[in-house]
Design a protein around this ligand. Structure first.
Ligand code: BG6
Length: 478
């Protein structure tokens, strides 16, 4: 008997800037992604990512996988897999090209109308991220992104516009993708142009405050527009293990996790937790509250917690004594007990069960796993039905993680759904490569930009289709 509830929302996840392409079509403005051809993380040996003045031809995100023109074909494939839910983001710059205009761009609004209508044709529920690493470049350059309080009002105008427009088409919303990543990737995540080495902790945590207030405001406005909306936060979840049982290492792991809990605590409980007040005091950080901020945070908490989960990390009180791991934005030390992906991300299915339990114990709110998956190099081969990829490694990764979701359900955790990341191959956020593939659907595009953009089903396509069809029962059979 499958442990997954009958109405479990199975699906896939994407983000506009990584797959839509058409980066300046139909009135779209530039976002921070259009000027980061190497991805959003610091270049090796540097503290900031490479940012160009103008978009450059080597930036794969400009064309993405051309979803903008091929969305009907792609959604038909998602429907064939049996998706119940589909996560994508609205590109803020399609709606407000610069971010600070008074009036929205109608052509941008129409594109998402068409997209949501197409999903509705197949009964697929949209799950929409309002801001997925896509701050308008103009807001980054003119205001220094979320370091400025001005962004709250621009974001409010944008979210009000899309909530009004899609109030009968979209029910599930996420306010900011991986909201905690702004501490580690301030340009990609928060459109903050100051070089990382010049950013003080004060500036960074003030930017965090602005995003958190904006998120609470979005929750308030959304519920006013449609009380049935389910509005969640989205955090990058990364459990931290102590390197040894030494209490100092356990404390280091706890403190690392607190840096992330800060975000879900504020979203779910609506106030700054005690542990962060101490951190602020010790680092001479004084958050500037505007009148009304405190009430907004307290009164407009989220309906559910969503998160991405790719890997766990290890922390120690003396990290210099160990080799550091590679990984998803936040960093940490290498775990000797875990295998790694080709990009050094350590694979830890049990970590997902731990995260689910930890969030649920802490908040007793419904959870949604909105990203999980394996970035790997795929090889296209000729199969009986045409080109395909024998991606057993991906199937194994997803299966092991889903079995842990089942364990968490058995533990009593409430999980609304699971959207596997990059259900169709898209451009990587951290490295801007095409060769870091996550999808069930292979897209013929290479790191040098060549390729036909044709879509081919990988072996995992049929595998996931069966998982959904059997509501998880097949996980126990193959
Ligand atoms: C998450 C992001 O950090 O991880 C996605 O929300 C991203 O945008 C995903 O694509 C996987 O990371 P990457 O760098 O492999 O694309």
């Amino acid at each position: 008997m499958s442990l997954f509830p009958k109405d479990f929302l199975w699906g896939g996840a994407t983000a506009a800037n990584q797959y839509e392409g058409a980066y300046k079509e139909a009135g779209k403005g530039l976002s921070v992604q259009d000027v980061t051809p190497k991805g959003g993380l610091p270049e090796p040996g540097n503290t900031s990512p490479l940012i160009t003045e103008e978009p450059t031809a080597d930036n794969l995100k400009l064309q993405g996988i051309d979803f903008y023109h091929r969305y009907k074909e792609d959604i038909a494939l998602f429907a064939q897999m049996g998706f119940k839910v589909y996560r994508t983001s609205i590109a803020w710059t399609r709606i407000f090209p610069n971010g600070d205009e008074e009036e929205p761009n109608q052509a941008g609004l129409e594109f998402y109308d068409n997209l949501f209508d197409e999903l509705a044709k197949y009964g697929i529920e949209p799950l929409v991220t309002l801001s997925h690493y896509e701050t308008p470049l103009h807001l980054a350059r003119k205001y220094n992104g979320w370091a400025s309080r001005d962004l709250i009002a621009f974001y409010e105008r944008y979210v009000r516009t899309v909530f009004e427009r899609y109030k009968d088409k979209v029910k599930y919303w996420l306010t900011f993708n991986e909201v905690n990543s702004v501490l580690h990737a301030p340009f990609m995540s928060g459109g903050i142009t100051s070089p990382v080495e010049d950013l003080s902790k004060q500036d960074l945590y003030q930017a965090v405050h602005h995003e958190l207030v904006a998120s609470a405001l979005a929750t308030k406005v959304g519920h006013q527009i449609n009380p049935d909306f389910k509005i969640g936060c989205m955090v990058l979840a990364m459990p931290a293990y102590p390197m040894t049982p030494k209490p100092e290492d356990v404390l280091a792991a706890r403190q690392f996790e607190n840096q992330n809990y800060l975000f879900s605590d504020l979203h779910a409980r609506g106030r700054y937790p005690a542990y962060i007040r101490r951190f602020f005091k010790e680092n001479q950080i004084e958050i500037q509250f505007a009148p009304g901020d405190e009430d907004l945070l307290a009164q407009h908490t989220v309906d559910f917690i969503s998160f991405s989960y790719y890997m766990s990390v290890v922390q120690a009180h003396n990290p210099e004594a160990y080799s550091s791991g590679q990984g998803n934005v936040l960093g940490g030390l290498q775990n000797p007990y875990l295998p790694s992906s080709e990009w050094g991300w350590q694979i830890d299915p049990i970590g997902l069960r731990l995260v689910l339990n930890a969030f649920y114990d802490r908040y007793q709110l419904p959870l949604f796993i909105v990203e999980n998956g394996l970035g790997a190099k795929d090889v296209l081969v000729e199969g009986p039905d045409g080109p395909t990829v024998e991606d057993d490694y991906r199937i194994d990764y997803l299966k092991q993680h889903l079995l842990q979701v089942a364990q968490a359900l058995e533990d009593g955790v409430e999980v609304w759904g699971y959207t596997s990341w990059g259900c169709i191959d898209l451009v990587s956020a951290s490295t801007a490569q095409m060769s870091k593939r996550y999808g069930f659907i292979y897209v013929d595009r290479n790191d040098d930009g060549s390729g036909s953009l044709n879509r081919y089903k990988k072996k995992s396509f049929g595998w996931y289709q069966k998982v959904i069809e059997t509501n998880g029962q097949s996980l126990y059979e193959d």
